[in-house]
Design a protein around this ligand. Sequence first.
Ligand code: 3H9
Length: 697
Amino acid sequence: MAGARYEVRGSIAIISMDNPPVNGLGYDNRLGIVNGLNKANTDDAVKAIVLTGLGKAFSGGADIREFGTAKAGMEPSLHAVIRYVEQSAKPVVAAIHSVVMGGGLELALGCHYRVCAKGTQVALPEVKLGLLPGAGGTQRLPRVIGLQQALNMIVSGTTVMSERFAGTKLFDEIVDGEPVAPAVAFAEKIVANGSKKPLVRDIPMKDPQAEGYLQFARNTVKAMSKGYPAPINCLEAVAASVSLPFEQGLKRERDLFMELMASHESRALRHLFFAERAASKIPDIGDDVQARPVAKLAVIGAGTMGGGITMNFVNVGIPVVMLETTQEALDKGMKTIRTNYENSAKKGKLKPEQVEQRMALIQPTMSYADIAHCDMVIEAVYEDMAVKEKVFTQLDSVMKQGAILATNTSTLDVDKIAAFTKRPQDVIGTHFFSPANVMRLLEVVRGKETAKDVLATTMKLAKTIKKTAVVSGVCDGFIGNRMIEQYSRQGLLLLEEGCTPAQVDKALESWGMAMGPFRMADLAGNDVGWYIRKRRYIERPDMKYPKIADKLCELGRFGQKTGKGWYQYIAGKRDAISDPIVDDLIVKHRESLGLKPRKISNDEIVHRLIFALVNEAAKILEEGIALRASDIDIVYITGYGFPAFRGGPMCYADTMGLFNVVQSMHQFAANPHAAPEFWKPAPLLSRLAQEGKGFQS
Ligand code: 3H9
């Protein structure tokens, strides 16, 4: 039977969904369930039915891979399947385990009874895909767990463990271990007691405080979900469970669901769901490549990066030997880590004993001999090739054979660093983003000699420390920083043409970026960009760089750390306050160039910067620095505050249509001040635009 297996145990039929990896409710699976129900209902020997899922989930919900394909609309729809279950002549008991999410939970809610294993992850996570539970979840869940808890779960998409629902009508039994045998026993009991078939839809929705609560929630959700239509649609659908009879509530849910299904936001979020999972797959590394064991780690440098990196590992119980050159630097680093943990404890995120446990996993040292036995070492020292050479020569001489030697460089050539050692196959880049204990992104830089198992180990380790790892080839700035350089450069050019930093930042932030380029530069430190530009003036004399940022740095305005940058800051606060001194500096700089300011629209600001990312990304993709366009999207979503509802720069370009993107680039190229040579569309972009294709199709 397609998509679901069927067996009979005594008087009970068992239908087992069989659609790996998580029993997504695709067409075959839906058909399989209906066929199973037909078979059971026409077999006189069968008295009741158990519905379960094979493998690692009861069901992860609708099969997202099917969305947008013909099969998604083919009957039986999930609605039809659930109705079929409800109307089954014989009682249906869901035997739930591991994961019951989305459409999977909606299917279970259509069953007459539910037996669930302890430790099952329960969620209606559709909102995270820009959707709402569209197969009755918004109408049925409030009926079994109450309006408030259901609304919280549906609007946030949060996962709750099954045992938390003990005593509610969601589960009739919560059992230890596998649930099929207990569900069969439960079904036999139902049969013995007269085969009643209660339906969740018949539970009355009574909540005298509903209206006031919903209004309060409406205001909160609206304020918190800018750019995302799904949360408010979720709320309105749940509200219908109180205000409308069940069938009308279902219709309201359906209308709101269809609205979201067609939205750009949902398409972007669904793209990111698969993009994130694709990023961990490396075409030439199969399951046959064994990862090396990493039980103990060393980190070179106890500064901001070294400390943050260390925290990632001790947070998951991996001991770290942290090495510095002076006792003072070591003490300072240890103190910062302790303060970070103690702050988390004050906020209730850690117990005091956990602070001590984590600190005990860090062994501070000034001796390379203490790190020699570690399985992996991550270097986080000053960004200077001479310093890296010293460190890697040393590591090469002390580290045990087979140890992985990683560099946290953000711009330097990993192949050159590898060449300082006699074991370049063991060298890899691990570019953490600051603050390293917070930011999700990890760019894993594969050198030309990096061994496959070294890459596989690093990707696995990234998952262990809960990072989203993206593989990058070796180039200046790797994926993320190489692109951001062009984005920032266009931002600076716009200042010369007539914008203020606040105008540029506001335009990008209203569009959805977490931070505009000038606020971001103030946070990262303007001296960082200055250092890179000085290198560029020598390496790339052809690349036009506005000198306004240098003038700012010459005033010592390095950003938040010096209290002044593109903005001014009040001590202890992070609010960016416009500074007339900077405005004046820009005006004078503009005059010195003989430029008259012009009025620049928000649309031009946004697209000059975003399409700068896209053009550089197209080159990165064509050069093979990134494995796939969606990896670039993941880098920007997880590392640079790009709005998820736009799906990343490549997804956004595809949504706009590459032909239109190229047309805009031609317009920018006609502006002699916009660095016209940069706006020549990258060959890959040109070709795809001509062929009417996108980056992902
Ligand atoms: C919905 O239900 C709509 C309905 O309300 C209305 C319909 C009318 N479909 O995350 P993992 C794949 S919307 C297809 O690495 P984990 C995933 O791509 C749906 N495939 O594992 C990956 O494939 P691959 C609402 C799915 O153990 C593999 O499973 N449901 C689906 O860490 C392993 O995934 C959701 O939003 C799916 N629904 O976590 C649930 N789900 O190996 C989203 C997963 O080829 N899923 N895959 O890369 C999750 O939250 C997690 O994947 C889950 C497993 C907890 C299930």
